[in-house]
Ligand binder design. Structure first.
Ligand code: HAM
Length: 417
């Protein structure tokens, strides 16, 4: 029996890994530039953590979680996202306070039992940040700017920031009421899911992608119409900051996002290059979650970038990202004695910090040079009987296809230059 990768999961093979490494490195560099510190939490958590924070009537919690009992019957869930685990860890280890700003970042796999399609997997990866302790609109601007700078650094074009405010505990009930009033006489035309959403969580109707619901959603009341004065001022300041920064943005009053913990600012970075799953980054403010999970009244804001979608855009844009990571030296040997000398040199080269490898198959000169090419080696060092006799080896520049003779004692220092 042959085993194959599970539906909705992917092997990331060595050829593709280099793009991932560039992305991860860029994210880390910029997260640290903005003073975020890395946090790593377990892959699984108590199921209740996610149902309470993301919301039991959301798609993620009601349909998409990998939930299982452990051997003692406790209900565990593979993390579908990382905001709730970071809040849990922050409270547990006293990292969060309303008198200090705490900035955390993460990179890792998440799990959602969704129908796989382009840009949607069951195991996918996110790089994200969470900032705790301030509700200043400038924090929202900084968070959005950081996302934008990452995409910029990765040379991605045609991206747009969609921006909205979903209000707070004070003004949300009025918005929900208006939505219910609006959808009341349209219930029979809504999809089955939305009919349920009408009763339990009318805001979620705005997320529905069904064409039958879409035509009503377009004309539904906007959250901006019911914002209280504080939320209105907050949103205006966010927009002002975004405007000043010169980022391309669009106000999207339907952007409620698929998780219940959001308050005030919500945003997504969308790409025209992705199909239906066009959000490459999503985030927003969640000022009440820390308190709801047992911490103090600590406001927070964050985002997560979907790395598979980022890789997809980079591939379609044929971006000139420098991802090639070949070795510096490939040692080609002809004959037993040359092989011994070559192996000795290989050990010395590695000790000197020169990335290098050699042929262990005893193939012909041309096939060894082909192997050097496959390894993307910058130089090949050719050692044969003749070269040993002359005590001069051949150093071939694989890029320029030129070669010079070099005494064995000078090889390491030349390549270290
Ligand atoms: P989210 O919108 O559910 O937000 O996910 C963020 C990003 O993860 C999406 O924009 C998308 O790029 C990627 N993503 C989500 N599901 C999948 C999937 N099945 N396959 C591939 N990529 C996917 C959150 O997770 C929030 N925790 C973000 C956040 C952080 N909000 C505040 N702080």
């Amino acid at each position: 029996m042959k085993y194959t990768v599970q539906r909705g999961t992917k092997d990331i093979l060595p050829d593709e890994v280099s793009v991932w490494q560039v992305i991860e490195k860029t994210c880390r560099k910029l997260f640290e530039l903005y003073n975020y510190k890395e946090i790593r939490t377990p892959i699984f958590e108590a199921t209740d953590l996610f149902s309470r924070s993301i919301g039991s009537t959301t798609d993620i919690v009601s349909k998409e979680m990998y939930t299982f009992p452990d051997r003692k019957g406790r209900s565990l869930t593979l993390r579908p996202e990382e905001t709730a685990p970071v809040v849990r860890a922050g409270i547990e280890h006293n990292l969060l306070s309303k008198d200090n700003v705490t900035k955390l970042y993460y990179i890792g796999p998440m799990f959602r039992y969704e129908r796989p399609q382009a840009g949607r997997q069951r195991q996918f990866h996110q790089a994200g940040i969470e900032v705790f302790g301030s509700d200043d609109p400038l924090v929202d601007v900084e968070v959005i700017l950081l996302a934008e700078q990452i995409f910029n650094r990765l040379m991605l074009r045609d991206l747009e920031v969609d921006l909205n405010s979903v209000g707070c505990k004070e003004c949300r009930p009025e918005f929900t009421k208006r939505l219910k009033d609006y959808f009341k006489d349209k219930i029979k035309d809504l999809c089955e899911e939305c009919r349920k959403r009408f009763d339990f969580n009318p805001l979620r109707i705005l997320d529905c992608k069904e064409p039958s619901c879409q035509k009503y959603i377009e004309k539904a009341p906007a959250s901006s119409e019911t914002l209280c004065l504080d939320c209105k001022i907050h949103f205006e300041k966010v927009i002002e900051g975004i405007k000043v920064s010169g980022i391309k943005y669009k106000i999207n009053n339907r952007l409620v996002r698929g998780l219940d913990y959001y308050t005030r600012t919500t945003f997504e970075v969308v790409s025209k290059q992705l199909g239906a799953q066009n959000a490459v980054c999503g985030g927003g403010r969640y000022d009440t979650l820390v308190e709801e999970l047992g911490g103090g009244p600590i406001p927070a804001m964050g985002f997560a970038i979907g790395l598979e979608r980022l890789v997809e855009i980079i591939k379609t844009q044929n971006s000139k990202l420098k991802t090639q990571n070949g070795i510096l030296l490939y040692i080609v040997t002809l004959g037993e004695e040359a092989k011994k000398i070559g192996f000795d040199l290989l050990i010395k080269a590695r000790k000197a910090g020169i990335s290098s490898d050699m042929d262990y198959l005893g193939k012909s000169l041309s096939s060894q040079l082909k192997a050097a090419d496959r390894q993307k080696a910058r130089y090949a060092l050719i050692i044969g009987e003749e070269e040993i006799k002359k005590s001069k080896y051949i150093l071939r520049d694989m890029k320029l296809a030129s070669q010079t003779e070099i005494p064995p004692s000078e090889i390491i220092s030349k390549l270290q230059d």
